[in-house]
Design a protein around this ligand. Structure first.
Ligand SMILES: NC(=O)c1ccc[n+]([C@@H]2O[C@H](COP(=O)([O-])OP(=O)(O)OC[C@H]3O[C@@H](n4cnc5c(N)ncnc54)[C@H](O)[C@@H]3O)[C@@H](O)[C@H]2O)c1
Length: 324
């Protein structure tokens, strides 16, 4: 398959590209390499990918229609895998405009691109467990209304799903939205708790822990997500009735609290954490917990990597990457 991958320098995009290239797919990856977190990490990921034949990278802001057109001109694609976004809940309190631009304007640009590419088989895009807010019954089902997000990030992700749905209704576009649940692993994201805690523990620095460490997250190891992505890319799009728009939860379906995460990092680093109680910022939900019945039924999605093992793999990578 010829895959147009947005967010190719990002955490999930990088891993998806590695797996798809290994299976002989061709990739044109786009990313604006923005400085939300250290662009050196994004460049290092791209540095690994350019080793492969079949991989092409173009620095491009996909919220800019002209730039997107220029970056995609003259090529044909079978699949769009749209993972670029302004991620992270907390940054939404500081710079909401970056979410509007990268999660809504860019989403619409990708939908327009897909609408006008007659040869395209399907478009797969990233959404988030943040759409569920605090009001949905756990485990979260894709059928929940999800109309009370408590973060601006969650609101833009839910809005992105609704934009997608309208394109499926209006133009028959084949679209799949994936609600990822706290994805972690090697080459991960420096703004996420598992990275921040590991960094602090290895440097004997205190860890600010919100809500007494009782916030629960459905931590999902990156390889589980990538395996599902590959299966979706390689499986013809099917839907029984209605607009061709599908939503899937991709989570571990086994939430654990933040203290359990810290214990796993202590074990993997061999060092004790210095925990400091702190007040959590607005926007963090109490719990995320995926009902994965649908992804299991359609793609055999069945996550198996325990948190302790996934964190051990992350810590091993982190030490090597940082020379610690
Ligand atoms: N990692 C998680 O736990 C998680 C959870 C839920 C949802 N998601 C979603 O999955 C997707 C991938 O997340 P990730 O963890 O790899 O994040 P990431 O930040 O590592 O990757 C996103 C990439 O998109 C790029 N980007 C942002 N705006 C862009 C723009 N306007 N034009 C071009 N490139 C742009 C960034 O530079 C970055 O490299 C995102 O849509 C994110 O919202 C991730």
């Amino acid at each position: 398959m010829r895959v147009l991958l947005t967010g190719g320098a990002g955490f999930i995009g990088y891993h998806a590209a590695q797996a798809l290239l290994a299976r002989g797919h061709e990739i044109n990856a786009l990313d604006n390499l923005n400085s939300y977190y250290d662009p050196a990490l994004k460049k290092a990921r791209i540095g690994q990918l350019v080793e492969h034949r079949g991989f092409r990278f173009t620095e491009c802001d996909i919220a800019d229609v002209a730039a997107l057109k220029a970056a995609t001109a003259g090529a044909r694609y079978d699949i769009v895998l749209h993972l670029a976004a302004q991620a992270g809940v907390r940054h939404g309190l500081i710079d909401p405009a970056s979410y509007t631009r990268s999660n809504l304007v860019a989403q619409q640009n990708i939908l327009e691109f897909a609408r006008h590419d007659a040869g395209l088989m399907q478009t797969i895009y990233a959404s988030s467990s943040s759409v569920y807010g605090n009001d949905s019954a756990a485990p979260f089902s894709e059928d929940a209304r999800a109309d009370k997000p408590i973060s601006y990030y969650g609101a833009t992700k839910r809005a992105g799903e609704l934009l997608a749905h309208s394109y499926a209704e209006l133009f028959g576009l084949k679209l799949t939205g994936l609600r990822f649940f706290t994805v972690y692993g090697p080459w991960g994201r420096p703004d996420m708790a598992y990275w921040l805690f590991t960094d602090a523990i290895l440097h004997d620095k205190p860890i600010p822990v919100f809500g007494g460490g009782m916030l629960r997250r459905d931590f999902t190891y990156i390889d589980e997500i990538v395996a599902a992505l590959v299966r979706m890319v390689e499986t013809p799009f099917a839907i029984e009735k209605g607009a061709p728009h599908r939503l899937y939860n991709l989570g571990n379906s086994h939430p654990e609290d933040v203290m359990a995460l810290i214990r796993c990092i202590e074990q993997a680093t061999g060092k004790p954490a210095r925990i400091e109680d702190a007040d959590g910022p607005a926007g963090d939900v109490r719990e995320t917990y995926a009902d994965i019945t649908r992804a299991k039924r359609d793609f055999g999605f069945s996550p198996a990597v325990p948190l302790a093992e996934g964190i051990a793999r992350f810590v091993a990578w982190f030490r090597q990457y940082r020379g610690l």
